[in-house]
Design a binder for this molecule. Structure first.
Ligand code: ZN
Length: 139
């Protein structure tokens, strides 16, 4: 069995944002040389997500609206977490619902997606460096 590990680096210039990282994961898969196996992609921070859905701009705006309804950033005083002096209580909750990681099957050296599936990085407390782990196992 072969294994491959890599980290993707992000520094989103705004507090929140969504980035299609499918091509970056495909680059890792090519470098790994693995033809059959599994890839795990996970955010290495508790205020960012990795998730799979459609690459459609309306959908990303809908996520933004929906997440702000569920866990509005303001007023920051509404979150007990922010009593630590932070202002990212909402970002922890947004990360929780959008998820930590995805796992995708690898078949014939390709990501074996369902219809319209793409991999996204979701940032909820940006303007600083963040990492995403890519771990591929197989043969
Ligand atoms: Zn925090």
């Amino acid at each position: 069995m072969k294994s491959y590990r890599d980290e993707l680096l992000f520094n989103i210039p705004a507090r929140r944002g969504f980035v299609n990282i499918t091509h970056l994961v495909e680059d890792c898969l090519k470098k790994s040389g693995i033809q059959e196996g599994i890839v795990l992609v996970n955010a290495m921070h508790i205020t960012a997500s990795v998730f799979i859905n459609d690459d459609e701009s309306g959908l990303h705006q809908d996520y933004e609206k929906w997440l702000e309804k569920l866990a509005p950033h303001d007023p920051t005083s509404q979150y007990l977490h922010n009593r630590t002096g932070e202002d990212n209580g909402d970002a922890h909750l947004k990360r929780q619902i959008m998820g930590r990681e995805v796992v995708v099957a690898i078949t014939n050296g390709q990501l074996d997606f369902g219809t319209w599936e793409q991999i996204f990085y979701g940032e909820f407390d940006g303007r600083r460096k963040k990492r995403v782990l890519v771990k591929i196992i197989g043969e």
